[in-house]
Ligand binder design. Structure first.
Ligand code: 173
Length: 499
């Protein structure tokens, strides 16, 4: 006989007020009365489920263990006898019906031929709130657009007659084999866009030898993701540093124990950027609010990301780096370096790498693209004898949509690039198969572009293969070629089926 306390539906339903608030999550009953005002997403959303089963609302925005780790054990009241819980007949909203019809009418996956196609499909099939959260960037969204434009200011200088019958784009990242010079960068809250969340990435990455960076604020728990690994599959982990360093220490050491190969500490988010598309959704009042680590109350009109980010420590500083180096043997990478000055400090602090990143345009608007920062960083490190150094890798992320983008970054000194949103959009619109297709698209593009560029391996990519002289020039005028412009047919996205 189990000695677990079993409660009934009516018993739970009797606690449906601010004075006594019980909820059911994943078949367990919790007393959240004292937690109501601590919930980063506000008390209102919890009270909506007072006395009821909140699992469906909870799942997309909380890692499964958020409630058990944050609520003291004496508030874990027991299991629910499911046969006694009144079934709530969930009404399918008009919005949901419309979305399901659009999902049915998605372009077949074989018609998706580039990474932009995934974004176009995701924009149409995602729930509005999910699209707003994922796609938003800070302020005027100048940086997110510049991230794309920067790649267009770099031109190739291809070499010819090099026998490119066989080309190889595999590499190592932090010493780990990777079938592409690309890793899946961390993006949060995957279940807002797909019921399996980040596991879609894990399963696809397992089949293709690609490394996934697990986000601190993933919807799936860290352990669920690592447990889903295929043989020999490798992970990195992205870290938001908690005000409570003991929580951070445990998280880091647990990741190391589970075999994670690199710790990417986010250093560009002491406060979350104001992402206005997300903010306009007023998500917080009607559904948001995750707390994976201990949180603090925030304003209620700030969008989902801000609602769940209050645990992040804005006092993080260079003085903390020795502590990180002392608590783990995992390589440490600082994610979000934006200047040569800080790249030098990172090197001198003894970390193993940096990501030149502006957080997908979601933090400081009008911060420069990672690609532009790369040329200043390699020059400054080189002048001090710090570059190249096989023990210090440089990555770039933001705006990468083509293998040609990746090749430009590698020619200019990056070891690999991070790709976030395109993989996220791939699984939101097509699940695991979408991510596999995205990887296949990269492969096809690497093969073609490396042949045309005259580089048989990634080692053969040298700075002389690109002309980056316009990269720092943010206004580059080129005379309009009218005849060409008149005849050029713009590319189109994958088409939806007739409904
Ligand atoms: O970019 C983000 O949205 C992000 O990094 C984040 C930070 C805190 C909570 C959720 C997401």
């Amino acid at each position: 006989m189990s000695n677990v306390n079993v409660l009934t539906g009516p018993e739970v339903a009797a606690h449906s007020s601010r004075d006594s608030c019980w909820i059911i999550v994943h078949g367990k009953v919790y007393d959240v009365t004292d937690f109501l005002d601590e919930h980063p997403g506000g008390s209102k959303i919890i009270l909506k489920y007072a006395g009821k089963d909140a699992t469906e609302a909870y799942d997309p925005i909380h890692p499964p263990d958020a409630i058990t780790t944050n609520l003291p054990v004496e508030k874990h009241l027991g299991a629910i006898d499911v046969s006694t819980v009144a079934k709530v007949v969930k009404e399918v909203t008009e919005e949901e019906k419309r979305r399901q019809a659009l999902m049915e009418a998605r372009p077949p996956l074989e018609n998706v031929i580039n990474l932009h196609d995934f974004e176009q499909v995701a924009r149409i099939v995602l729930p509005e709130k999910a699209w707003a959260y994922y796609s938003s960037a800070s302020d005027d969204e100048i940086t997110i657009r510049e991230n794309r434009l920067a790649y267009q200011r770099v031109w190739f200088r291809p070499r010819i007659l090099r026998d490119v019958s066989s080309v190889d784009w595999s590499t190592t990242i932090l010493g780990q084999k990777s079938s592409l010079p690309v890793y899946i960068s961390a993006t949060a809250l995957g279940k807002l866009g797909h019921p399996d969340g980040e596991l879609c990435l894990t399963r696809a990455a397992a089949n293709h030898g690609v490394i996934q960076m697990i986000a601190t604020l993933a919807s799936c728990s860290f352990d669920d993701i690592v447990d889903a690994a295929g043989p020999g599959q490798n992970f990195f982990v992205q870290l938001y540093v908690n005000r409570d360093r003991e929580i951070t220490r445990k998280y880091v050491q647990h990741a190391e124990k589970r075999g994670v190969k690199g710790l990417f500490i986010t250093v560009d988010a002491p406060q979350l950027g104001r992402r206005e598309k997300d903010m306009r959704m007023k998500q917080v009042d009607d559904g948001a609010g995750a707390e994976v680590q201990k949180g603090h109350e925030v304003k209620k009109d700030q969008g989902v990301a801000r609602a769940i980010s209050s645990f992040i420590d804005p006092s993080l500083s260079w003085k903390d780096i020795p502590w990180f180096l002392s608590i783990t043997k995992m390589p440490i990478i600082l994610k979000g370096i934006a200047t040569a000055e800080d790249a030098i400090l990172a090197y001198e602090a003894g970390v193993q790498g940096i990501v030149l990143s502006n957080h997908g345009g979601r933090q400081l608007d009008t911060a420069r693209s990672g690609l532009e920062v790369l040329i200043e960083v390699t020059a400054a490190l080189r002048s001090r004898g710090y570059f190249p150094d096989p023990k210090f890798e440089i990555y770039v992320d933001g705006g990468v949509r083509r293998a040609s983008d990746v090749l430009k970054a590698l020619a200019l000194g990056a070891k690999a690039v991070g790709v976030g949103r395109p993989f996220l959009y791939a699984f939101c619109s097509y699940g695991q198969a979408g991510v596999e297709k995205a990887i296949q698209i990269f492969r096809d593009e690497f093969e073609m572009n490396m042949r045309l560029l005259g580089a048989r391996t990634l080692d053969e990519l040298v700075p002389e293969m690109v002309d980056a002289s316009a990269l720092t020039n943010h206004v580059v005028l080129t005379p309009q070629d009218n005849l060409f412009q008149n005849t050029y047919q713009p590319l189109t996205s994958a088409q939806f089926k007739e409904s």
